[in-house]
Design a protein around this ligand. Sequence first.
Ligand code: F6P
Length: 364
Amino acid sequence: MPPVGSRIGILTSGGDCAGLNAVIRAAVFRAVHTYGWEVVGLRQGTLGLLKRPVDTMHLDVNMFSGSILRESGTILGTTNTGDPFAFPMPDGSKKDRSAEVIEGYRQLGLAGLIVIGGDGSFRIMDKLAKQGNIPLVGVPKTIDNDVGRTENSIGFITAVNVATEALDRLQPTAASHNRVMILEVMGRDAGHIALVSGIAGGADIILMPEIPWKLEALAGKIKRLRDEEGRNFALVVVAEGVKTPEGRSVTQADVAGKVRYGGIGHYLGDRLADAAKAETRVTVLGHVQRGGSPATTDRVLGSAFGVAAVDLLAAGKHGRMVTWQNRHVVDVPIEDTISGPGGVNVEGDLVRTARGLGICLGDQ
Ligand code: F6P
């Protein structure tokens, strides 16, 4: 175990979400109170390690006496564009700057590093850790909840709550105007937010990247609601990563040519208006799902993960990620989480629940 007086580092990487500060707070409390260690926050993910002097924030228990637990975002800042193995340079080229990141880590004299990230960040950090012999422990976060081997990632439930509340707000206006309301939620590769919020928010149709869909199935569902159940409205939830029936992702490029997901909601709105002879309106929820005060579950999970991550460093267990399984915090090799399945289990209980409720999942 690193002796009293040792320093460990912590960073957040990838897209932010609610609950990251709860992890940082818990890690600091555990490290300081239980092991007598100092905790150094690294700013902006690995970008802080590329700066000279390295961009850090001293993390003290006193910092967390106020509102930080209640706030989303990350006090450390984050990045999802600075892969040190293919770092984007001003002239448009890519450069391997991994050695500089490792050197930055060395300069801080750290006994280990906690990375709060998603599968993309873990892929990069695992490679860096192996190259630089860095004692690494991972904490899973992503609103998409698609990190393999853990039932929940930090930020997921808060995002689901936001999407569910959006459905609560859309239903009365849908019913008042006889409309089909389409809610596009995040979820690049996985439909967890769409599925869980759709069930909780009384959706009639849920589309996820894991289940291919047919327009006739959707139009048929809306027709049945109208003709057989006397319903004058419908609620549709679609994950941003859902492809068209032809298998095309709906994306948009910014002026610099960077491609982002988004647009499947409007694609669907246009086609459903025609196929179901319905008046449609589309709401794209976007980054609203990342913010807001963290849900209780994200604070509790964040606290449990923060404590457990520090305990792993104390036990000398490196290259591991803390996970939530069957109401327990357990640890698994980080590599497993990168390659393991993180999408919705199409044979799982929640898909069965949705089908049991008569929710159309697009395939029938
Ligand atoms: O991976 C999480 C996520 O929220 C995705 O659902 C979404 O596509 C992406 O991040 C958005 O990232 P950015 O913040 O770069 O727009």
